[in-house]
Design a protein around this ligand. Structure first.
Ligand code: SF4
Length: 284
């Protein structure tokens, strides 16, 4: 199926976000979805535009709130494959509370962080993912804060699927998004997506020189949580591949008491006036 639409992205030429868009489109086709079976929810930032660039249901939400909307969408229609996407500022600053709780809730959605380590849309300020010493207009003397480690946070929050990739590696990125969509639970995928306009430190070449790919680590076992945390710390978070997956945990929507197999959006929820009054009385 074709998940492309006729809207031309207005990202800067060379922005890493183009590859993420292509990878989502390819992964959705490879999973065998029809466009009406996919919902893409985004927050605010350059990354936030992605929900408009994919031929699927799209919802461009507000800053840091892609996950509450995506979770609501999944609960209302469990038949949809739901994907949330946003930048590192969106997910790890204003949206951090939602990120941690969605991870530990293990609801069956895929969350892609388009991590460019800067605020691009507002023209280049330090973000939670910017390194210590990183100079921008908001930290002209260099950031005095440490960068957040999203993979450590995800593992510590109880994630059942943690992966990381790089915009330059479209094949791996597509395969990881496909695996995330198939995972029955919350899948967290952080993607190094260089901002070619404002981030002159974490460039494509910088990542190519510094990334450790787990595909070149033959003894790595992604079902081993301790090994995953150790590897993240050893590489200072600069690793790519499937880092951790636990397939034994039941996803949130299957544990909610009274939650039915039939999608809520398809159920006949009409009730009589008397039934409605009775329901309201229960909450008085
Ligand atoms: Fe991409 Fe940066 Fe341009 Fe935004 S400002 S579109 S993140 S290159």
């Amino acid at each position: 199926k074709d998940f492309r639409n006729n809207i031309k992205p207005n990202w800067c030429p060379g922005c890493g976000d183009f590859s993420i868009q292509a990878a989502i489109q390819r992964a959705a086709a490879s999973v065998g979805l029809e466009p009406e079976q996919l919902g893409v929810v985004s927050g605010i930032g350059c990354s936030g535009r992605i929900s408009g660039y994919i031929n699927a249901y799209g919802f461009h939400g507000v800053h840091g709130r892609s996950l509450p909307i995506a979770q609501g969408l999944k609960m209302a229609n469990r038949e949809l494959t739901v994907l949330a996407a946003g930048g590192d500022g969106d997910g790890f600053a204003i949206g951090m509370g939602h990120t941690v709780h969605a991870i530990r809730r293990n609801i069956d959605i895929t969350y892609i962080v388009m991590d460019n380590q800067i605020y691009g849309l507002t023209k280049g300020q330090t973000s939670p993912r910017s390194s210590e010493g990183f100079k921008t207009k908001s930290t002209p003397a260099g950031s005095i804060e440490s960068a957040l480690s999203p993979l450590e946070v995800a593992l510590a929050a109880g994630a059942t699927f943690v992966a990381q990739s790089f915009s330059s590696n479209l094949k791996q990125l597509t395969a990881l998004i496909e695996a995330g969509m198939k995972h029955k639970g919350f899948s967290f995928i952080n993607v190094f997506s260089p901002c070619v306009t404002f981030n002159k430190v974490n460039t494509y070449d910088w990542f190519k020189e510094n990334i450790v790919d787990l595909e070149e680590t033959p003894d790595y076992d992604p079902s081993n949580r301790v090994m995953a945390m150790t590897k993240i710390m050893e590489t200072n978070g600069l690793l790519t591949g499937l880092i951790y997956q636990n397939t034994s945990k039941t996803s949130y929507e299957n544990l909610v008491p009274g939650f039915k197999e039939e999608a809520l959006a398809k159920q006949n929820l009409k009730i009589s006036e008397q039934e409605f009054d009775k329901l309201v009385a229960e909450f008085k």
